[in-house]
Design a protein around this ligand. Structure first.
Ligand code: NAD
Ligand code: UGA
Length: 468
């Protein structure tokens, strides 16, 4: 029988660790929740008095932090003490694609997970439930288990014989921009494990706010794999609809109507059928690459090339958009001012990881364009850093503006890359008056009212529809 859970430690105060632990602390005030991170700058931001300075932007997050921080929720860089005192430890560290060595460009880099397991092996005392919250390749629990069992680096004075570890997989399904509502009202909670008491201990925590029917329990491998497959299926829908957007543009069909018509079939479902500039975010690409790597590893080459195609279509969609912008602007962007509206990978987040904006801006800069970028939540430093890492040419002609108005004056074209609400109902007539002619709007997210844009006098393109 596992002792009652009182203290939780989460290793990793990122986009998952921060919001997830905040909601657990909010829903379970009887638990003490400590989020640790080796990145002291990040911890400082989590502790900043001014809640607009939290390291991540998520609607609803500030309220939860205000309610629980320094009550039963703490952010600290004291890894050792919090591991030692914890009854339950979540591993919520980054697992990006490996950039070098075996499997580079495909396999997940597990060095941070490996390090966490070693830290736990070193500092944990007594019985500890260790939970994989990060997205991991199937069978990672086996690696963690071996490290925990065999590590001989435990602290002096720790009674090794009294230590016991239980490993669970509890992948996170939140989406950025809706993280708090996804956590408060999840479609399901998935718990994979071998020990029924450990599974129950975690299920009990969730049961404070999640209905029992929504808590799915499985073995470890099914849980680990389900997370990868869930992301692969979601990304596959986006590549499917984006591939059809190109066909719509040629044939005169409208992708919005096609999405509506096919999504009305409940077997298909209406969600995740919005065509756009391709999926971004830190996970879809890396998780599919990881799936491709795993399939190749097991000799399932047809399966791996099937999933690889989802990524290829995504890259093709982004290239297709930048190429058609060049084409519509008479084949040259040299000295042309282009306004980029939106830089985050989706609305309601300040995250730019794998944002389609990065690739599209890169292509336009390489063509000689003069970019003026505005995003409501991504700051200048981040935008410039992302472009510096991506753009090859020495001369990055790019200005980051603090409003739409500053962006559009004398520009030749506006490209809407992120679907922020404030880009939906702009005064197109007023904007048109301030631009060079012919003035173009490229709406990669299908969020504008096409009649308003066309009435104002613009030349107009949006994903999945051609206006002749
Ligand atoms: P992130 O990069 O925002 O945060 C990870 C944090 O872990 C960093 O702050 C890093 O400093 C810290 N860290 C790394 N090693 C550490 C160590 N040994 N000790 C202490 N701190 C350490 O990453 P994220 O977006 O929160 O993603 C974390 C995991 O969750 C990934 O596996 C990801 O695939 C998965 N995931 C992410 C999302 C999402 O929306 N971002 C959603 C579901 C699942
Ligand atoms: C995604 C999943 O939705 C989460 O369930 C998962 O937990 C998470 O990945 C993860 O593992 O990291 P996230 O990437 O935050 O969440 O955001 P999504 O809403 O899935 O959007 C991903 C990308 O797809 C964005 O660039 C978005 O604009 C794009 N997208 C989404 C479309 O182009 N069309 C759509 O219909 C939906």
């Amino acid at each position: 029988m596992i002792k009652k859970i009182r203290k939780i430690c989460c290793i990793g105060a990122g986009y998952v660790g921060g919001p997830t632990m905040s909601v657990i602390a909010d829903r379970c005030p009887h638990l003490e929740v400590n989020v640790v991170d080796t990145n002291e700058e990040r911890i400082k931001k989590w502790n900043s008095k001014d809640l607009t300075k939290l390291p991540i932007y998520e609607p609803g997050l500030e309220d939860v932090i205000e309610r629980r921080r320094n009550k039963n929720l703490k952010f600290t860089s004291d890894v050792k003490e919090n591991i030692a005192n914890a009854d339950m430890i979540f591993i919520s560290v980054n697992t990006p694609t490996k950039s070098r060595g075996l499997g580079a460009g495909q396999a997940s880099d597990l060095k941070w997970v490996d390090l966490c397991a070693r830290q736990i092996a070193k500092y944990a005392k007594g019985e500890t439930i260790v939970i994989e919250k990060s997205t991991l390749p199937v069978k990672t629990a086996q690696t963690i288990n071996e490290i925990l069992k065999s590590a001989n680096t435990y602290e002096e004075g720790t009674n090794r014989s009294k230590r016991k570890f239980f490993i669970l997989s509890n992948p996170e399904f939140l989406a950025e921009g809706t993280a708090i509502s996804d956590l408060e009202n999840p479609d399901r909670v998935l718990i994979g494990g071998e020990d029924p008491d450990a599974i129950n201990a975690l299920a009990e925590i969730y049961s404070y706010w999640v209905k029992k029917e929504k808590i799915i329990t499985t073995d470890l491998w099914s849980s680990e794999l389900s997370k990868l497959i869930s992301n692969a299926f979601l990304a596959q829908r986006i590549s499917s609809i984006n591939s059809i957007s190109a066909l719509c543009e040629i044939t005169g069909a409208d992708i919005k109507d096609v999405s509506l018509a096919i999504g009305a079939d409940k077997r298909i479902g209406k969600h995740f059928l919005k065509s756009g500039p391709g999926f971004g975010g830190s996970c879809f690409k890396k998780d599919i690459l990881n799936l491709v790597y795993i399939c190749n590893h097991y000799g399932l080459y047809e399966v791996s090339s099937y999933w690889q195609k989802v990524i290829e279509i995504n890259e093709w969609q982004q290239k297709r958009i930048s190429s058609l912008i060049v084409d519509k602007l008479f084949g040259t962007l040299f000295n042309k001012k282009i306004s980029i509206l939106g830089f985050s990978f989706k609305a309601n987040t300040n995250d730019t990881r794998e944002s389609p904006a990065i690739n599209i801006c890169n292509d336009l800069i390489e063509e000689g364009a003069n970019l003026h970028i505005y995003d409501p939540k991504v700051n200048e430093k981040k935008i410039k850093e992302d472009l510096k890492n991506r753009v090859k040419s020495e001369n990055i002609n790019c200005f980051v503006e603090t409003s739409i108005n500053e962006c559009i004056n004398n520009s030749h074209a506006i490209v809407i890359v992120t679907e922020w609400d404030e880009f939906r109902n702009l005064d197109w007539k007023e904007i048109y008056a301030k631009m060079e002619k012919p003035a173009w709007v490229f709406d990669t997210r299908n969020i504008t009212n096409s009649a308003d844009v066309l009435d104002a006098g613009f030349k107009f393109w949006r994903t999945g529809r051609t206006y002749f």
